[in-house]
Design a binder for this molecule. Structure first.
Ligand code: ZN
Length: 133
């Protein structure tokens, strides 16, 4: 629970860049080398920016920054709420992995991440065209 809250506090402290990626630079991290070297976003470009938008309730901007980042922000919020429920009620949540079919979940996550990257490739390439990236 505290991890999720801490993550959202950090996201709230960031100013989402208008470019749709690069919010991690405000935390002291180096710029992503993918756009600089290859002219395309990496599969996780925009994740931090998506969190910075999502914590402000700007869900469309978060989606545009990185669709998978918005989904992960939702998952983080859900996990935080579920953790609080466990803390309050003392009853743990259980996932029935036999019914959930881990391989299907893995494939669904992989397809989602790939689709998000394709979206980011299309939108970021259009955004940065002419900017030297
Ligand atoms: Zn990147």
């Amino acid at each position: 629970m505290t991890g999720g809250i801490g993550l959202f506090i950090v996201a709230a402290s960031l100013t989402p860049p208008a470019e749709g990626f690069g919010a991690h630079r405000q935390l002291g991290y180096a710029p992503c080398s993918f756009p600089m070297l290859l002219g395309i976003p990496c599969p996780t470009c925009g994740m931090t920016t998506a969190f910075a938008h999502a914590v402000r309730g700007r869900l469309i901007s978060a989606f545009h920054a990185q669709p998978a980042g918005l989904l992960i922000a939702f998952a983080t919020a859900l996990a935080t709420i579920m953790s609080a429920a466990v803390l309050i009620t003392g009853r743990a949540w259980r996932i029935n992995w036999y019914r959930l079919a881990p391989m299907r979940v893995t494939v669904a996550i992989a397809v989602t991440l790939l689709a998000a990257w394709v979206y980011k490739l299309a939108t970021m390439t259009a955004l940065t065209r002419g900017n030297g990236l």
